[in-house]
Write a protein that binds this ligand. Sequence first.
Ligand code: UGA
Length: 437
Amino acid sequence: MKISVIGTGYVGLVTGVCLTDVGHQVTCIDIDEKKIESMKKGHSPIYEPGLDELMKKNIKAGRLYFTSDYASGVKDAEVVVIAVGTPQSKDGSADLQYLEKACRSIAQSLQNDTVVVTKSTVPVGTNEYVAKVIRENVVNDVQVTVASNPEFLREGSAIYDTFNGDRIIIGAEDDETLATVARIYQGFDMTIVKTDLRSAEMIKYASNAFLATKISFINELSNVCEQLGANIENVAEGMGMDQRIGNKFLNAGVGYGGSCFPKDTQALLSIGRNVGVNMPIIQSVIETNDKQQRIIVDKIKHRFTDLTTKKIAVLGLAFKPNTDDMRDAPSIKVVRELVDAGAEVHAYDPIASENAKVYLPGATIYHDSIEEALADKDFVVIMTDWPEFKDYSIENYSRLLKQPVIFDGRNCYSLADANQADLEYHSIGRPTVNQKE
Ligand code: UGA
């Protein structure tokens, strides 16, 4: 099929590239010309494992194109996919200005009957608005139908998730449109759920909000476990064996971050408010996460009352491993508070340091390796569970740090290993090992 994808952020670019890999001809459109020029050469503007290789392969095969020109990019597409950003407005709702602009540009460029599919996460009812804006602005005599096809890929494993997700959700007003969108996914071995527009839109918010709820739930429990001497990992394992609960997304830590959960939970609250429904569960999920993002600072301040003379190593800045994304990363709050308390922060992240410079205080010192960050520092804080950290022998910390004290915000090490290495080890929801003071 001939498909055009509007917007080359995580969702748009990964979707476009993956669709070429199953044989479709895809044109990716973005208003950022610099980005387009670099993507034409097979360079992805985002860090996503495997994406550059897949781009190069499909550009070479003549299936993947990039342009900043709507007219040529959209004109003969059977399906146009909208994947522009829907950032958070001041009041928490989704800001639809980019979506609206995309709709107007699409309308002016269409020359054939087309199905317009929205992949961007949008408030319930938005697809009907998309249909209205496009139909009101078309310049040629064309029929446009719309479909909602929310995206469930995770940053860092986006390509894997695109081909191996649990389901494909398609919402549309009529069976013909549902069938056209389903044809896009013929090469995918995934269950397709066909539904109405509004339910499809709601499935996306409900899924992200539920996953965020699982995380805040386990984090809240982890704080109780710490007070009672129970171990949250054992609790999560025991709970997760019940298939009605499931064992995923029960890792306690310094809270969720990223461009999706924080924004989508706020947007869901706003969706509820607009129809007069309060959502106290979602509200408290957000509050619990806000507190959890800085819980490690409380632990540090409890252990070291004066931070003004301290040099602190921070391992991991990205909101999760395998991404350079710093949006809403818990490290932002933590590093700011440590710097505000007078500490000197020495950070290392395998790939997010460049992006981090925009978010973290100017005084932060960046290093090129774990060793460099740890050497002669007073103690270390682990903020992201990068495989590089998990594989790094815990024995090294006592050798490199001035004081062998670890505050692990992602439970990267086992308590037994910390004990054996004779380290003072504070983690989340688990008993502290070798607490000295
Ligand atoms: C999330 C969803 O998982 C995707 O299904 C969805 O498509 C995407 O949002 C989106 O709406 O675009 P993502 O934000 O990339 O994906 O990352 P996740 O892997 O879900 O992690 C989100 C945050 O939760 C991270 O900060 C992670 O460290 C944290 N987390 C995750 C925990 O603290 N504990 C867990 O058990 C799992």
